[in-house]
Design a protein around this ligand. Structure first.
Ligand SMILES: NC(=O)c1ccc[n+]([C@@H]2O[C@H](COP(=O)([O-])OP(=O)(O)OC[C@H]3O[C@@H](n4cnc5c(N)ncnc54)[C@H](O)[C@@H]3O)[C@@H](O)[C@H]2O)c1
Length: 386
């Protein structure tokens, strides 16, 4: 019931396909808030929650390094699993998660990632229509204040799953794999750390080559003073309008924080049930579609540019805008996919095998940067029809 839960809460509250029946968190305040809000039990033990027969599926949003263990517990209790990105922090953990879910015959979906955003899915449909020829190149950019938001200690230690590659690369890689065919065959990258006070890498540039012949360049900075939401009509990652961060304010919030424990407490205070938790946030609707920064998809016959309100299409025939209706429920696409799998037995796009491929690319970004070489050894990529 941390930050990710607060971001999913508007979806859970608005989508009638979801009924909240139980929760677990070691944070007592979060449990108390939950029992007050939902009138059902919040437990301090995952096993106790999973033993609840009313629970069909579990949304797991614990820290990355706990995903593998928590997914396996839920699956062994026969619950379908929806786990946050990144799937885990090692390939072995992902393989175990897939195997345990397969054996338990439960669904395993990894998300939310911004590859679920409707403008990305509609761009994929345009690519698949072949109206504009083959996709050749994708350019993805995002400038954020990620590194200066309050963090748990391990979120700033790369070997423990911290840094922007695991947390943010998981979105960006997922988006470009969805658009270029999924099957990455080469990764060349530089991840950089330029603020010694924030430990992990905070920015990267990566070039991905795909078996489909397409390539994608990914630029991410979590050190930004410039907010690239300005290039998305001022719409923030979560779909809110006029959502431009103030770099001085973000950094100022950390002033006076003396150690990692105090910073983790600040993060927790802003989460569900914490002293700075704002319940109104959970009730309010985003106005536009969510996104992960500016994106240009260059096809042989057109450049496609998904935005929170629709897709700009610049082709030989001129300039068009394909409007997309504003969302009624934020992140509804994620529930659509999970519900179709759990209730109707449809195949997931964002299943364990897919997310393992995304994690493999994130690990390759770190390895390429460390070894200053191009990584070609990728053995967990999945091909997607484009
Ligand atoms: N998709 C998104 O937009 C998005 C956004 C934020 C975070 N996330 C992901 O969600 C996960 C959590 O990140 P966060 O920023 O919410 O962290 P957080 O620290 O805000 O929340 C983590 C929560 O897990 C709880 N927790 C710790 N140990 C636990 C245990 N043993 N059992 C049950 N709960 C436990 C903590 O008490 C806390 O409430 C990460 O994997 C992150 O990548 C996804």
């Amino acid at each position: 019931m941390g930050r990710a839960f607060t971001l999913m809460l508007p979806t859970f509250l608005k989508d009638s396909r979801i009924q909240i029946k139980a929760a677990t968190d070691p944070n007592v305040q979060a449990c108390e808030q939950f029992e007050k809000d939902f009138g059902v039990k919040a437990s301090l033990s995952l096993e106790e929650m999973c033993a609840n027969a009313l629970v069909d599926a579990v949304y797991i949003a614990s820290p990355h390094q706990l995903h593998a263990e928590h997914v396996q517990v839920a699956a062994r209790f026969g619950k379908h699993v929806w786990v946050e990105k990144p799937m885990a922090i090692t390939i072995d953990e992902c393989l175990q998660m897939i195997e345990v879910c397969r054996h338990a015959q439960v669904q395993l979906m990894v998300g939310h990632s911004h590859a679920f955003d409707l403008p990305v899915l509609k761009t994929r449909e345009l690519i698949r229509s072949k109206r504009y020829g083959q996709v050749k190149m994708v350019t993805a950019i995002n400038f954020t204040d990620f590194l200066y938001r309050p963090r748990r200690a391990e979120e700033l230690i790369t070997r423990l799953g911290g840094g922007v590659v695991f947390s943010q690369g998981a979105h960006q890689v997922d988006v470009v794999r969805m658009l270029c065919g999924g099957d990455v065959c080469g990764v060349s990258a530089n991840a950089v750390s330029w603020d010694p006070k924030r430990g992990s890498e905070g920015a990267y540039n990566a070039l991905l080559k795909f078996h489909s012949g397409a390539q994608a360049s990914l630029t991410y900075s979590g050190y930004a003073h410039f907010d690239s939401n300005l290039w998305m009509d001022g719409v923030g990652e979560l779909g809110a309008e006029d959502s431009i961060f103030n770099p001085a304010q973000t950094r100022h919030r950390l002033r006076g924080i003396e150690d990692a424990g105090q910073e983790a407490q600040l993060k927790s205070a802003r989460n569900y049930g914490g002293s700075q938790w704002n319940n109104v946030q959970a009730q309010s609707s985003p106005i536009q579609h969510q996104h992960f920064g500016p994106l240009v998809v260059s096809c042989e016959g057109a450049d496609l540019r998904p935005t929170p309100k629709g897709i700009f299409i610049d082709s030989d025939h001129g300039h068009e805008f394909m409007e997309i209706d504003a969302p009624l429920i934020p992140r509804q696409e994620v529930v659509d996919e999970f519900y179709a799998a759990v209730v109707n037995g449809q195949a997931l796009s964002h299943d364990g095998a897919w997310a393992l491929g995304t994690l493999e690319v994130c690990l390759a970004i770190l390895k390429s940067s460390e070894t200053q070489s191009t990584i070609h050894q990728l053995s967990h990529q999945t091909e997607l029809q484009i």
